[in-house]
Design a protein around this ligand. Structure first.
Ligand SMILES: CC(C)(COP(=O)(O)OP(=O)(O)OC[C@H]1O[C@@H](n2cnc3c(N)ncnc32)[C@H](O)[C@@H]1OP(=O)(O)O)[C@@H](O)C(=O)NCCC(=O)NCCSC(=O)C[C@H](O)C(=O)O
Ligand SMILES: [Mg+2]
Length: 285
């Protein structure tokens, strides 16, 4: 499947040390999993978590879910051993935290070889260097680390996320320019479905591919928010049909629901249908 069309609606963090959660994730309807060795694992659990995770991935059972391993930073006591261990794990992607520039990505690639790399975008310097990080040949995806970013920027929490909008926008521009996947940051209040739905709607409107999550209860909310709605699918079909009709008559502009439809809108319409088909295929098996 074209990696751009592959759904990344729900990307669930699981602490690499929590065996029960590692087991449960095999049954959850998530599009991707971030197996975490960094912030969700206490310092004295780091080595155990690495072994626990290696065994869980080796045992398999994660089906079509993309397996992403978040290591500790290479400037920490655990980062290098994590990166060496990931090389031996059944992982699809290695996720590097607190990336400040392309040199950080080079340092990881020197250990993990040609394994695709995703970057946690969560430092002010990372924001300013987003374009060079996105352009690294092994870079395949961005994950917004909105907790660390809010900490570094000394912002206050606001439901509209106004203090973070510049950073989110910079990373979106860099990711889209290079054709990367980009997923939004976590919503910490994991029992507040309404707040999560509002933040997912904002992220979807901005152009994110999906949402990172911290609890299984958040999965259905993100899956719904980031899937094309029935209304979007219906409109996409009608736009394609209307455009094909005028095109056959040698014209370049159709009108649907009082709005113009040109070739570029048809490209978007086809992407919506392809995304819907990809989700159906994923759910089927
Ligand atoms: C937040 C939690 C600590 C809550 O855990 P718990 O109290 O166990 O929740 P529940 O009792 O409601 O759990 C119900 C069942 O679900 C399983 N479970 C819980 N969480 C997960 C999960 N993340 N993945 C898979 N399964 C999960 C429990 O095992 C229960 O199962 P069962 O026994 O069958 O009923 C906990 O959810 C948690 O630790 N979440 C992850 C936190 C985390 O990963 N944090 C780090 C990432 S966030 C971050 O760092 C972002 C970024 O870097 C930034 O800067 O923003
Ligand atoms: Mg972080």
């Amino acid at each position: 499947m074209d990696p751009r069309q592959r759904p990344y609606r729900s990307v669930l963090y699981i602490p690499g040390s929590r065996e029960r959660a590692l087991e449960k994730a095999r049954t959850l309807p998530v599009d991707a999993i971030i197996f975490d060795l960094e912030d969700a694992v206490a310092a004295d659990e780091k080595e155990n978590a690495r072994e626990t995770l290696k065994a869980a991935l080796g045992a398999g059972g994660y089906g079509p879910r993309v397996r992403i391993v978040r290591i500790n930073g290479l400037d920490t006591p655990w980062g290098r051993a994590d990166a060496e261990a990931v090389r031996e794990m059944d992982a699809d992607v290695v996720l590097l935290p607190k990336v400040n520039g392309a040199a950080d990505v080079d340092a990881l690639a020197a250990i993990t070889g040609d394994l695709p790399i995703w970057a946690m975008m969560e430092t002010p310097r990372g924001m300013l260097n987003a374009a060079q990080i996105a352009a690294h040949p092994l870079m395949a995806g961005f994950v917004m680390g909105t907790n660390d970013l809010a900490k570094e920027l000394q912002t206050r929490f606001r439901p509209d996320r106004l203090p973070l909008v510049t950073s989110l926008g910079l990373c979106l521009l860099a990711a889209k320019a290079e054709g990367l996947i980009i997923v939004d940051g976590v919503y910490n209040a994991f029992k507040d479905d309404e707040g999560l739905a509002a933040e997912c709607a904002q992220g979807r409107d901005m152009g994110f591919d999906g949402k990172t999550l911290i609890h299984p209860a958040q999965v259905p909310v993100a899956n719904a928010a980031y899937a094309p709605s029935e209304a979007e699918i219906d409109l996409a079909r009608r736009q394609i049909a209307a455009f094909e009709e005028v095109e056959a008559q040698g014209q370049g502009v159709a009108v649907v629901d009082g709005k113009i439809v040109e070739n570029l809108h048809v490209v978007t319409a086809r992407e919506i249908l392809a995304k819907a088909d990809a989700i159906t295929a994923l759910q089927a098996g």
